[in-house]
Design a protein around this ligand. Structure first.
Ligand SMILES: [Zn+2]
Length: 488
């Protein structure tokens, strides 16, 4: 390796329980990439929050500029305590899940035994057990709290499958609040958010109507959680927010009266999956930096295409496939519907999608498939950028998260000599300037168009947006006045 090439790399030593591990990384790596590398080196999940300490116990920031001289020391990795607590909670969730699997297998065994006995008692030698195999599949166990389910096969045999009641540890207050946009999304740990998401699928009747195996649902959601990265903004909590807003809108707009359950399933599932494995750098960066994603998807919505692909890779694993009961045609519909909605979340297509919806809204027809698809696209867009609909205390921290992610990108763009968008530049943007234009020219016009179809969103969703706009305009006036004083 020549000197020019080697100077592009940094190497440091990590002290892993007394064992010294050398780690080499490019100085063009982002802090996030380096953290992930360190985690892998010491055997932690890649999105664990860690801190780095030198031999004196002083904390050292993790970024590509870790001074070269420091490479003589071995650093220690400290996992943050809250992270450990979170991981513990997640592991407990996993144990609970695995425990349910055991219960499920036991139940399956006992049902097989009962069926064998029933067949023997009917003394019908021509009946083969294989005929019943589909009834024994755990995916057919219906989730139902109050009553069981009668299943018939074509031979007239009726089997009563006693159902398993899965306890939720959600309080009644939480369950009620979950249906409203004012829900406080910050007070929950990942395992609690998972229980909330699971509850939504049950509550909307999706588990019942599509015969979704409740254990598979749990496993799928856990896998979804594991495939969101720890970005400042595009993380699992954002996925939760978007899905919770979708759930609120389904109730607020009585969507279950207007849409088929398949459409409801598509809306919810697309919301859950819509930012899977988001790397924290937007499409513009992907394209300008000619990343692997941009090359793979020919610069056409590289991120959104990737989110979709990851979603369906997850569904391709049988233990996570909540659609395993679907026939080919139904799966095709859910796949097409989900892809359309996730691809619609690319903000580069905002104008095109909103214009198309505006053309339909005055003579909207819920029996017209094209109209319904367009409305679903607008709904997921609304939910994706709906933070400002939430109360100020809930919405405002998200602006800090978004700016942190933007600044991470613009710093990297500057370091790599790529173009930097002014709205991402820490020298140019402030919270009020970032929000005012976005609320006035993107959010309010879109929500007001949806309001033509669902007037009930005015009070609950549009009014908070107007208030937020006014508040940021006041904040901007204060900022401007302060700047004027400073320059006098
Ligand atoms: Zn999103």
């Amino acid at each position: 390796m020549g000197s020019a090439a080697s100077s592009s790399y940094r190497s440091i030593h990590l002290d892993v329980d007394g064992r010294i591990q050398k780690v080499v990384f490019s100085r063009f790596c982002s802090p996030c990439d380096i953290k992930e590398l360190f985690c892998t080196a010491v055997g932690l999940p890649r999105n664990t929050t860690i801190s780095l300490m030198d031999s004196t116990g002083a904390m050292v920031s993790i970024d590509p500029t870790i001074p070269k001289i420091m490479s003589f020391y071995a650093f220690k990795i400290n996992e943050l305590k809250t992270e450990v607590t979170n991981r513990l909670a997640m592991l407990e969730k996993r144990v609970e899940l695995e425990g349910l699997k055991v219960v499920e297998i036991e139940k399956c065994r006992s049902d097989i035994k009962k069926l064998r006995e029933e067949m023997a008692s009917r003394n019908n030698r021509s009946v083969q057990l294989s005929t019943f195999q589909h009834l024994l599949c755990p995916t057919l166990y219906e989730y139902e709290c109050e009553y069981g389910l009668l299943l018939s096969n074509d031979m007239g045999l009726t089997i009563f499958v006693k159902t398993t009641i899965i306890p939720y540890h959600l309080s009644k207050e939480t369950i009620d609040a979950l249906r409203q946009p004012i829900f406080d999304v910050w007070q929950w740990e990942p395992n609690e958010m998972l229980s909330c998401l699971e509850h939504m699928y049950h509550d909307l009747g999706l588990v019942r109507d599509f015969n979704i195996n409740p254990i598979t649902l749990k496993r799928w959601l856990l896998c979804i959680h594991d495939n969101y990265r720890n970005n400042p903004f595009h993380n699992f909590r954002h996925c939760f927010c978007v899905t919770q807003m979708m759930y609120s809108m389904i109730y607020l707009c009585n969507l279950q009266e207007k849409f088929s359950q398949l459409d409801i399933l598509i809306l919810m599932t697309a919301a859950v999956c819509h930012d899977l494995d988001h790397p924290g750098y937007n499409n513009t960066y992907q394209i300008n930096a000619r990343t692997e994603l941009a090359v793979r998807y020919n610069d056409i919505s590289p991120l959104e295409n990737h989110h979709c692909a990851v979603a369906f890779q997850i569904f391709s694993q049988p233990e996570c496939n909540i659609f395993s009961n679907f026939d080919a045609e139904a799966f095709k519909q859910i796949r097409q519907g989900t892809i359309t909605l996730i691809l619609a979340t690319d903000m580069a297509r905002h104008g095109e999608i909103l214009d198309s919806f505006k053309q339909k809204v005055d003579s909207f027809d819920f029996t017209n498939e094209e109209h319904v698809t367009c409305l679903k696209m607008v709904l997921i867009k609304c939910c994706d950028i709906s933070n400002e609909v939430r109360p100020m205390e809930v919405a405002e921290p998200w602006v800090d998260c978004l700016l942190e992610e933007y600044f991470m990108q613009s710093d990297r763009e500057k370091a790599e000599g790529l173009p930097v968008a002014p709205f991402m530049d820490r020298e140019k943007v402030t919270k009020p300037t970032a929000q005012i234009g976005f609320i006035k020219f993107v959010l309010i016009p879109m929500f007001e168009t949806v309001m033509k179809l669902f007037p009930q969103i005015e009070e609950v969703m549009v009014q908070p947006l107007r208030e937020s706009r006014d508040r940021y305009e006041e904040l901007k006036q204060i900022d401007d006045a302060m700047n004027e004083v400073r320059h006098q």
